[in-house]
Design a protein around this ligand. Structure first.
Ligand code: 6CS
Ligand code: FE
Length: 314
């Protein structure tokens, strides 16, 4: 996809280092609004897992795939009970892995849920998910990050447009686009309760973001992300070309999306929570190194080591 030169004050910028194919958190607006993606989107084959050739083609073209009814009602009910138990665990309150909403003390996200809960660990290791991840990534996956986005009724705020890979590259040191997110909707997703919105096809370009990474950025970004958010002119151009899609539907649906697909969500305007659980599968040979655009790596509950357990130092 050729990058147009958007009309704005364009200043030639030099990437941080020639070794970094995806320079971001730049000091000023780059000359080109985006760079071409280097890695193939789908690395595995149709006969290597549960996804059909058509499903892999859709994922490759659009950067995401929604499978309604992935989990049955009983599985969803058990996970919802487990989610509520985690949300109501007093000792998790005030811990770094528990993120509250920007304007209230309501829980926004809980990270490392596959280490906090045997039930969610079992789901993270479910062959139906691992099989899909292995097929898309074309190699052995590990869980880079897990989280429940709870999005409570009325108080659950949105998430600005962003590429997860942009953050994981800049702040966690993820080298290449060889990761996929699996999001399972635990409560019905409607147009009015802040479903995940995606820009189909946006995964094929890398949008450098302006603004250097602040110290301990995650303490701010997980509540309201301002740094690592593409500029409005670039977003407007990509949305003009590709539109916006928001898969809605009953709890139990699975949304697989590429690490670089631009996504965001609105606030929850309904009285009930809109909760999703996410597992991020990264390819083992793509394990995180030193951050590409931050002075210090983030805590392990945000970026797990492929061969290390994690536990809250409760
Ligand atoms: O910083 C992160 O890792 C998280 N931030 C967002 C908005 N999405 C991905 C991830 O959970
Ligand atoms: Fe995200």
């Amino acid at each position: 996809m050729s990058a147009p030169t958007l009309s704005r004050q364009s200043v030639q910028y030099t990437p941080r280092s020639p070794a970094d194919p995806y320079p971001t958190r730049l000091a000023r607006t780059p000359d080109q609004p985006w760079l071409q993606r280097r890695e193939a989107v789908v690395k595995g084959d149709p006969d290597q897992g549960p996804l059909s050739a058509q499903q892999l083609d859709a994922f490759e073209t659009r950067g995401f795939l929604f499978e309604p009814g992935f989990l049955d009602t009983e599985e969803v009910r058990a996970l919802r009970r487990e989610m509520l138990s985690l949300m109501n665990t007093p000792s998790f309150r005030g811990r770094p892995f528990t993120i509250t909403e920007p304007e209230s003390q309501e829980i926004r996200s809980l990270f490392a849920v596959h280490f906090l809960s045997g039930r969610f660990r079992q789901l993270a290791e479910d062959p139906r998910l691992i099989g899909r991840a292995r097929q898309i990534l074309g190699g052995e996956p590990y869980v880079h990050q897990s989280r429940i986005n709870y999005k409570p009724g009325f108080k659950g705020k949105g998430f600005n447009w962003h590429s997860d890979f942009e953050t994981w590259h800049a702040e966690d040191g993820m080298p290449a686009m060889r990761a996929v997110s699996a999001s399972i909707v635990l409560t019905d997703n409607h147009t009015f309760n802040g479903p995940l919105m995606l820009i189909p096809g946006s995964h094929k370009v890398f949008v450098p973001c302006v603004g250097e990474t602040p110290e301990n950025h995650h303490e701010q970004s997980l509540r309201r992300q301002e740094i690592g958010v593409p500029g409005e002119a670039v977003l407007a151009e990509l949305i003009r070309r590709h539109g916006i899609e928001a898969p809605t539907g009953a709890a139990g649906g699975l949304l697989l999306f590429d690490c670089n697909t631009l996504h965001g969500s609105n606030a929850n305007m309904s009285p009930d929570p809109r909760s999703n659980v996410f597992f991020v599968y990264n390819r083992r040979d793509n394990r995180c190194r030193a951050p590409f655009a931050a002075r210090r790596r983030r805590p392990e509950f945000l970026a797990h080591h492929p061969d290390r357990e994690w536990a809250p130092d409760l």
